[in-house]
Design a protein around this ligand. Sequence first.
Ligand code: BTN
Length: 235
Amino acid sequence: MIEFAIRHYDSIGSTSDEARRLAEAGAPHGTVVIAREQTAGRGRQGRQWASPPGNLYISIILCLGLAHTRLPELGFVAALAAADTVEAFTDRLVTLKWPNDVLVDAAKIAGILTEHADPAIILGIGINVGQAPTGTPYKTTTLNGPSVDAVGARLLEALAQHVTRWSQDGFAPIRAGWLARAHPPGTPLRIILGDAVIEGRFADLAPDGALLLRTGTITRRILAGEVLVAQSADR
Ligand code: BTN
């Protein structure tokens, strides 16, 4: 199991930037940065991550000796941990959307950002505990109730469990756990990649974490992009 050493900050630019700085200064595996608010929170695809007080902003330094090609796996490991955490605090339906979004009743509640800081990895996780960001290209929601500290503690517990299972058993059980909570095969998806839009149906999650999208008779491997799930297919 990972031994976490937590550093709390009141206000910071980005917990992931601070974790990178600490990793470069030699901070060990399991160092955690938590901030009450971020002034320059970052999301995937170069987007901003709205970070007012009231939500969880956490970044973890992991030194796992992983090949770069396995970094995407960690995003799915973290998504399962975040989904377990969210599920512990709500009775509403918790699902996953490729690659690593956690949804509650089809609205985004948590996002994950994995970055290299060789040889470490910085795992950044944001969970909307009490504040739902507005102005996003997707619906958002919150947990409405628990304390940020309680959510953070539960997340680290779940993360330690899932990382241990992943180290012992590999990606196969993580992939199966993700598929069990994600949009089912056949779900119509729209992938936004810069100015390009690709439409198709969800076919599978590849063993390396790529999204397999069926477009007509072709199955395409999608490695990046924002996925929109067609309304009729939301669970
Ligand atoms: C996404 O776009 O879905 C990923 C969002 C990741 C946000 C978290 S909040 C903690 C950490 N610090 C950041 O600046 N980003 C990540």
